[in-house]
Ligand binder design. Sequence first.
Ligand code: ZN
Length: 427
Amino acid sequence: MTRDISVRARPALAPPAALLVVAMVLGSGCPRQEQERYEAPTDLAEPADEEPEREIPEHPPVGEAVFHHFDVGQADATLIRAPEGTILIDAGHWQRDDVVPYIRGAGVSEIDVVAISHPHADHLGQVPEVVEAFDVGEVWMSGYEHESATFERAVDAVLETEGTGYHEPKAGAVEEFGDLIVEVLNPERHPAHVHDNLALRVRYGEFAAVYTGDAEEEHEAGMIAWAKAAGAGEDAVAAADGAEGEAAGEAAEDASGDAPDGPLDALAAQLLQLGHHGSRTSSSSAFLRAVSPEVVVYSAAKDSQYDHPHAEVISRIEELGIDIYGTPTSGTIVVRTNGDGYEIEEQGDALAVADTGGAGTGSADGCIDINRASKEELQELAHTGPARAERIIEERPYESLDGLHRVHGFGESRVADIKAEGLACIE
Ligand SMILES: [Zn+2]
């Protein structure tokens, strides 16, 4: 089955109850712009003026949506199930085989969309297994083409699977599965950086959750700019509201200048998955304010070789009074919503599958396996400090030592030195 990804002129506005009340109070005398804000999605081909009058708000969702943040070690895999749609965001680590059992455990046999944030091996690792095990409607990717065996294996598996479509949706695209609404927040254009990720906001009724993969601060800034542009038409409303106006004044005094002081309509969500497993490269204060989550979740290994999540990110979140749940302490984190409230369940180790990923077992026989060694072990190699060791891990897997060429910071001569040294190997 294939489905067109509809693109709206503007991203849908989460309809918080307070705004709906404002709309109703303004009544029929409100300016036209006001009415447009609350229209149900329209087809681009159809001028908004010809839309029939309709009652707002839409009916509340029937049933519930369940967000499973699977405990997949140093990797990401999130399954979202609603009565009329099932979405998988990222597909675990290439060295593990836990994603298919987890999805089966959730009682799923068909997946409408498998959305891969970016082509690193801890996000698309088990795509081949997933498209083989389940009836997958579409696979979405960021469009960044990565030179790695895992990426090629995943793309080949998708293209060879009959009935599974492939898309690279851009910011502003929206797809609806009954009451489950998937909005693309990033990238705006073909990504030039591997971490310029496919980022999504998934909504069910008034509940929303944001997933940015490993997007870094600069990509978060891009999403803020995009969301501001998308919401530019709503400035008049903000200005009319006394409290908002005051807050805007405070924002102007903010040292970071254009940082939002509060939630942006196109990004706001109750739940945010911390970018890049809680790394300090992501979750900027500005982005946290723009999303304004009540709760954050992150996915990382119990003994993360990158020390994810980083302490400064955690303290930033604690200062904002946001609740934190992580797979290292909570196991799989399940969030259920009826489209209004939500509840969080920590499933502990109950469903955990043996952790084989990135545990640092790579220095057996005295050689350092660049596909398995820990960050510390990799630093025994020539020219390899902590930052390059992290990049070596991110670019896994390698088929030969020459694969190190694609790691930023390793030119011809450095790779030659590592080979000559005789310490590095691939088992
Ligand atoms: Zn990652």
